[in-house]
Design a protein around this ligand. Structure first.
Ligand code: AMP
Ligand code: MN
Ligand code: MN
Ligand code: MN
Length: 310
C-alpha cells in the first residue's frame, strides 16, 4: 500500500539520526492505539469516555482491549463511529505459559463468536475465588477488609483484578502509589499474590483467530523469561497461528522496542502499537502517545483492513 490511497498505510521519510529502530528511513504514519482498558476491566473510564479521550489525543485507529472481556465493545464501537475514528474490536486474554502469566491481545475478531465468548467466560471464571484468597493473604499481612475494599472499585463483578486491590491499598493509605502495591504485596512471593491458572496459549490464539481476528503477544518485555523460554513462547505462539507482537507499548524502553522490532522480523510477525492506558492518574503513557512503527515492520492493521470500522 502506498501513500495517499486513503487507507491506513501511509508512511513518510523521517529525519536521519533517530537510531537503528528507524533504519530504513520511514515510519508508518497512522496514530493507532490498539491496547487500552475501560472500567469493564481494570481501567477507570467508561468505553465512551475512553473513545472521546483517544480521539481528543489524536488517535486515528483505536481498539479497546479489556482483560478477558468484550462487554465494552458495543459502546466503544458506537462512540468511535460517532466521532469518525476508525475502530477495531479488541480483547486482552490472560494466559499461563511456562509458569508465567502472558497476555495475548486479540484484534479484529467477531465479538459474537461463540467459542470466543465461552473461552473468555471460562477465563474470567476463577477471578472471584482468587480475589478472596488474595484478601486472606493480605489479612495475614495486617491488611484487613481487602476483598470488600477492592470490590468498591469494581464495575464488572466478574472482573476483580490486582489493579482493584492496588487502588484500595493506595486510597486507604497503606501504599503511596500502585507500583508500590505491586512491589510490596501483589507480585510472586508477596502476601497478596495467588498463583492462578489462566487460559492455555493455543486456546487463546485459536479463540481469536477462528473468530476472524489476529492474535498479538502483548508487551513481551514484561515477562521474566529466560531467552530459551521466550523463544519457546514466540515459536509456540506462531505454531498455534499467532501473527503479531507489540513493539511500541508503554511498557517498553527504547532498547526493548528495538529488540522486539528485530524479533518481529525474525519470527515473521506483524507489529502492533498500543499505550495500555488504564487511567488518567495512574497511566504513564497517554492514549496515542508512542513512537511510530518503523517502516521495516508490517503494521498489524494492514492485515486487518477488512475488519476496520471507519
Ligand atoms: P490480574 O489480571 O488480576 O493479575 O491483574 C493484572 C493487571 O495488574 C495488569 O493488567 C496491570 O493493569 C496491573 N499490573 C500488573 N503489574 C503491575 C505493576 N507492576 N504496576 C502497576 N500495575 C500492574
Ligand atoms: Mn490491566
Ligand atoms: Mn497486559
Ligand atoms: Mn493491558
Amino acid at each position: 500500500m502506498g501513500n495517499g490511497d486513503g487507507g491506513l498505510g501511509g508512511s513518510r521519510p523521517i529525519t536521519p539520526g533517530l537510531g537503528s529502530l528507524h533504519d530504513n528511513q520511514a515510519v508508518h504514519l497512522i496514530n493507532a492505539d490498539l491496547h487500552s482498558h475501560s472500567l469493564v476491566s481494570d481501567g477507570t473510564m467508561t468505553p465512551a469516555a475512553l473513545a472521546q479521550r483517544a480521539h481528543a489525543q489524536g488517535v486515528e485507529l483505536w481498539a479497546l482491549t479489556d482483560h478477558d472481556e468484550t462487554g465494552g465493545l458495543a459502546e466503544a464501537r458506537a462512540t468511535a463511529a460517532a466521532l469518525g475514528m476508525s475502530w477495531l474490536s479488541g480483547v486482552e486474554v490472560s494466559v499461563s505459559f511456562a509458569g508465567e502469566t502472558v497476555h495475548i491481545v486479540g484484534l479484529g475478531f467477531d465479538a459474537d463468536d461463540e467459542a470466543l465468548r465461552q473461552g473468555l467466560q471460562a477465563t474470567r471464571g476463577g477471578r472471584r475465588q482468587r480475589a478472596r484468597q488474595m484478601a486472606d493473604g493480605l489479612a495475614q499481612a495486617g491488611v484487613d477488609g481487602a476483598f470488600e475494599g477492592a470490590l468498591r472499585y469494581v464495575s464488572n463483578p466478574e472482573l476483580i483484578t490486582r489493579t482493584h486491590f492496588a487502588r484500595f491499598l493506595v486510597d486507604s493509605g497503606v501504599c503511596n502509589e500502585t507500583h508500590e502495591v505491586f512491589r510490596r504485596f501483589l507480585t510472586e512471593g508477596k502476601p497478596g499474590y495467588v498463583p492462578h491458572q489462566w487460559a492455555r496459549l493455543g486456546d487463546a490464539v485459536r479463540w481469536i483467530t477462528q473468530a476472524g481476528g489476529v492474535a498479538v503477544i502483548a508487551h513481551p518485555a514484561r515477562y521474566r523469561f529466560s531467552p530459551s523460554a521466550e523463544y519457546a513462547l514466540f515459536s509456540e505462539f506462531v505454531a498455534h497461528g499467532g501473527q503479531g507482537v507489540e513493539v511500541m507499548t508503554g511498557s517498553h524502553s527504547e532498547p526493548e522496542r528495538i529488540r522486539y522490532a528485530d524479533m518481529a522480523l525474525e519470527f515473521g510477525l506483524l507489529a502492533s502499537r498500543g499505550s495500555d492506558f488504564h487511567s488518567p492518574t495512574e497511566s504513564r503513557t497517554e492514549l496515542g502517545s508512542l513512537p511510530d512503527l518503523p517502516g521495516r515492520l508490517t503494521p498489524v492493521w494492514e492485515a486487518l483492513e477488512h475488519r476496520v470500522q471507519r
